[in-house]
Design a protein around this ligand. Structure first.
Ligand code: UDP
Length: 477
């Protein structure tokens, strides 16, 4: 082994929206370090997926593809632990499950025999900073969402002090540094009950993020300049030293073209440029039958071609869903829309679809990776937030970024959307309305800015170099 060699440990959680951007960031760090005489290697500590669903297949096949590249990235499978039996919500489940791995993480680092320069932790692994302190290894958080949500998380301890009621009980909008005041009903559902495990988990993150040596943000000043500045200036927690942030995004994995095209892509190959509206709702987005019926009516009436990744209601911690289209869709829908639309009852190769020239719009659940993927390929969006921090994402996409067209949701009824409203939004985005035109133009602009930001000389690339220089200061370890 070269005496100057050094290594990093990354600890992601298993959903593709967390693992994939962290591995892609690792690839960029290696690329940036490739001319250095101090060889870098990166080890990923992987937990057994506690929830076997179609999304874990996406992570699995992605990891296999990276493994075959022969890069100095190693995947270390941690020993299996028993998942927690008692928890309030998915966020609390994940937080506890990660903590149960602490002794195994410690073993893996202690027996690695390498010079460990840093631990890069998923937000849900923030509690492992204690281990970093114990082993005297600097810790960095990899914030998998956008800067607007980072600002909210960092500001949450102050909001918690100031606002004693639930957010849903107050009339005034909520002030979050760097973004327009957020109407209280649009605050993320994970923060709507102060007694819940998810609220407590995020309050904890808000307190502990500030202790990290740095926060790597999967975002870019090409898109979130104002809020990133507010965070960088320490406006979120003014009584503490400002956090050091590294907005190195967008981190989007480029789809690999395999020998066999997916059925959905084959179908897209037959369509006209920008003629298809694509609907997909992330790792846990499923719908009840009355909502599916409204969606089907709205899509059919819009007259536009569609590709719809559809799941029934997702239940349990592994979000199992009914994928039987005959039971989910209104009678005769498939026959009536044959040739015009394709409904796919499971996960789809989303980046490949968004990169396809036939796709002209995206109805999205507003997961942050999905938003960035859409922008990277210049696809304008209709935001339909469902869970996690997505309400806030939808708000900033429309209000701050101008890359999505507003969709009227019934916040009191699980963000229900009527057929009329979906039809209106699809027509407006896909046809010649002023609103649709503005969104399409702004999306094209962001696509260009995104590509510049991550290239050598771009703002995100500069942050990546700063991060590498900071982490690589081994004498400070
Ligand atoms: N994804 C996919 N196929 C699907 C649904 C999702 O490939 O059918 C990918 C998507 O491209 C994205 C990730 O899974 O990279 C979901 O991450 P996001 O942050 O958008 O949503 P969440 O994980 O919160 O649901």
């Amino acid at each position: 082994m070269n005496n100057n060699s050094w290594c990093l440990f990354f600890m992601p959680i298993w959903p593709p929206g967390h693992t994939i951007p962290m591995v892609e960031a690792a690839k960029r760090l290696l690329q940036c370090n490739s001319t250095s005489s101090n060889p870098l290697s990166i080890t990923f500590l992987l937990m057994q997926t506690p929830t076997a669903d179609s999304m874990s297949n996406i992570t699995e096949s992605y990891l296999q593809s990276v493994d075959s590249l022969d890069l100095p990235i190693h995947f270390h499978q941690l020993p299996v632990v028993k998942p927690p039996a008692r928890f309030d919500d998915p966020e609390e489940f994940i937080t506890i499950y990660v903590q149960l791995h602490l002794p195994h993480v410690k073993d893996a680092i202690a027996t690695s025999g390498s010079r460990v320069a840093a631990l890069v932790l998923d937000p849900f692994a923030t509690s492992l900073m204690d281990l970093g302190n114990e082993l005297n290894i600097p810790c960095y958080i990899f914030h998998t969402s956008n800067a607007a949500f980072l600002s909210l998380v960092l500001h949450l301890p102050i909001l918690d002090e100031k606002i004693k009621q639930e957010f849903s009980e107050i009339d005034e909008p909520i002030n979050i540094p760097g973004i327009s005041p957020v109407p209280s009903h649009l605050m993320p559902p994970i923060l709507m009950n102060k007694k819940s495990g998810s609220y407590k988990s995020f309050l904890y993150l808000g307190q502990r993020y500030m202790e990290a040596k740095g926060i790597i943000v999967n975002s870019s000043i090409a898109l979130e300049a104002k809020v990133l500045k507010a965070v960088e200036q320490g406006q979120c927690a003014p009584e503490k030293p400002a956090p050091v942030i590294y907005p190195i995004g967008p981190i989007v994995s480029i789809p690999k073209v395999g020998p066999e095209e997916h059925e959905c892509v084959k179908w897209l190959d037959l369509q006209q440029p920008k003629s298809v509206i694509f609907l997909c709702f992330g790792s846990r987005g499923g719908f009840e039958l009355p909502q599916i019926k409204e969606m089907a009516i709205g899509l059919e009436r819009s007259g536009h071609r569609f590709l719809w990744a559809l799941r029934g209601p997702c239940t349990g911690i592994n979000f199992t869903a009914n994928t039987n289209l005959d039971e989910l869709l209104p009678e005769g829908f498939i026959e009536r829309t044959k040739g015009k639309g394709l409904v796919w009852p499971s996960s789809v190769p989303q980046t490949e679809i968004l990169a396809h020239p036939s796709v002209g719009g995206f109805v999205t659940h507003c997961g942050w990776n999905s938003i960035q993927e859409s922008l990277f390929y210049g696809v304008p969006m209709i935001p339909w937030p469902l869970y996690a921090e997505q309400n806030l994402n939808a708000f900033v996409m429309v209000k701050e970024m101008g890359v999505a067209l507003d969709l009227k949701l019934d916040a009191k009824n699980n963000n229900f959307v009527t057929a009329d409203e979906l039809e209106r939004a699809v027509r407006s985005l896909m046809e010649g309305s002023d609103e649709g035109k503005n969104v399409r133009e702004r999306t094209e602009e962001v696509k260009r800015e995104f590509r510049k930001a991550v290239e050598k000389g771009g703002a995100s690339y500069a942050y990546l170099q700063q991060l590498l220089n900071q982490i690589g200061k081994l004498d400070s370890v």
